[in-house]
Design a binder for this molecule. Structure first.
Ligand code: ARG
Length: 407
């Protein structure tokens, strides 16, 4: 999808297509209805006998407790299907290989922090990134989340607001402020790639800062195979994208704390994180290195610069032995996923504007040349209950209020 509104020079917004996609609505139904649908689908797909017994057990449990506890196998299946139905993800051919860590009984901030640390270790896997999800306690049916991580990802770089400009990642200015307000002691000298601490909150403990275990954060310095000057830009990125603020919904049950990761597509780093004017905004710097004429958009200097950054990302990650995908391989794999889903008699759900890369020559890839089912069924991943920085009541306050109303 092409960029929609393009204003003059660098004031244009990055990839508006993603923001203009109509928001999907979580098709929430009555808990029993969703539970029965999910259990039925699970037993059918895995050809497990005696579904009626499990359904009556679940319905009884809902009648007496207001919710039900999914078995470890149900949770594992549900998390995998949530990935399989994630309309924005092009890497879904790997859905069955998701490593699901059932940590529903870990409820303290200390416990959660050490499980997040273990998540990083397992997912990193020496650079051969594995797809992992760690699922913490389900939300309370009335009072909501029992734990949450404020950070949108487990590994993120600070955004420092300095007189009129931002040093680091502008997308993280609010999170950086939130950490500072909670008393985080920042590095003595702010840099472009300072790691943000985690902020973890539970119903019994206030939002707490936890330093990211730096030794587990693999990073790759960006160099270009043919342009030696590229290294002088001193760009880098982390190896692991671990989404931490989405709500996993399975069979009517919400898991607001369930961080998950795949591995990067070059485009995400090279085009968006480095290229977007409201992120690291590096197109002009790269164009300067290439000696391009940036006065005239029709020279396509932006596309040229973005291509060179994408090459640098692929080259640097490959040289460092860190798993990364290029758009051609990923498009082919996604076509295989589509074929497998259709063979299994399932629709291929997808959001075209996300499935297609943002490099500008998406028509070179097969994913560009078909449409996808635009519905978004559950199990799936949804935006978290509230943004980490909004001035809503803390989890503690919410649970206090909910319980008071109950009693
Ligand atoms: N686009 C996000 C980022 O650049 C990561 C989203 C998840 N990506 C993934 N390959 N699993 O950090």
């Amino acid at each position: 999808m092409t960029t929609g509104s393009v204003a003059a020079g660098d004031s244009r917004v990055g990839c508006p297509a993603r923001h203009t996609t109509p928001p999907s609505v979580d098709p929430v139904e009555d808990l029993s209805t969703e539970a029965v649908k999910f259990i039925t689908a699970y037993y059918r797909e895995r050809q497990i006998p005696n579904v009626a017994d499990r359904i009556s057990g679940v319905l009884n449990e809902i009648a007496t407790t207001g919710t039900y506890w999914q078995t470890r196998n149900e949770l594992t299946y549900g998390a995998k299907v949530a990935w399989r139905q994630s309309v924005r993800c092009i890497g879904r051919v790997r859905w069955a290989g998701l490593k699901v860590r059932d940590r529903r009984t870990v409820t303290t901030i200390d416990g959660i922090a050490s499980e997040l640390t273990e998540h990083l270790r397992i997912a990193d896997n020496g650079g051969r990134i594995q797809s992992v999800i760690t699922v913490f306690a389900p939300d309370h049916p009335l009072a909501g989340p029992r734990a949450r991580v404020w950070n949108d990802q487990l590994i993120r770089y600070c955004g420092w607001q300095l007189d009129g400009r931002v040093l680091g990642d502008p997308a993280q200015v609010d999170m950086t402020d939130a950490a500072l307000r909670l008393g985080w002691r920042p590095p003595a000298v702010p840099g472009r790639f300072d790691l943000l601490p985690w902020v973890i909150e539970t119903v019994t403990e206030d939002p707490t800062l936890v330093d990211v275990p730096r030794e587990l954060v693999r990073e790759v310095a960006l160099t270009h195979p043919r342009h030696a000057w590229f290294a002088d830009l001193r760009l880098r990125w982390h190896a692991l994208p671990v989404i931490a603020n989405m709500r996993l919904r399975i069979g009517g049950v919400d898991y607001s704390c369930a961080p998950f990761n795949g591995h990067y597509l070059a485009d995400e780093i090279g085009t968006r994180n480095m290229g977007d004017v409201d992120r690291y905004n590096q197109l002009r710097a790269v164009a300067a290195g290439l000696g391009l004429d940036t006065r005239d958009e029709s020279t396509l200097w932006r596309e040229h610069a973005a291509l060179v950054i994408n090459q640098a990302v692929l080259h640097s990650f490959q040289a460092a032995g860190v798993r990364i995908s290029d758009p051609h391989a990923e498009s082919d794999l996604f076509m295989r996923f589509c074929a497998a889903e259709e063979r299994a008699g399932r629709p291929v759900y997808g959001d075209w504007s996300w499935i297609n890369g943002s490099v500008g020559w998406a028509a070179l890839h097969a994913v560009h040349h078909r449409y996808y089912d635009t519905r978004v069924p559950n199990p799936n991943f949804w935006p978290g209950a509230r943004t980490p920085y909004s001035p809503e009541p803390s989890l503690r306050e919410r649970h206090y209020l909910a319980n008071r109303q109950e009693g």
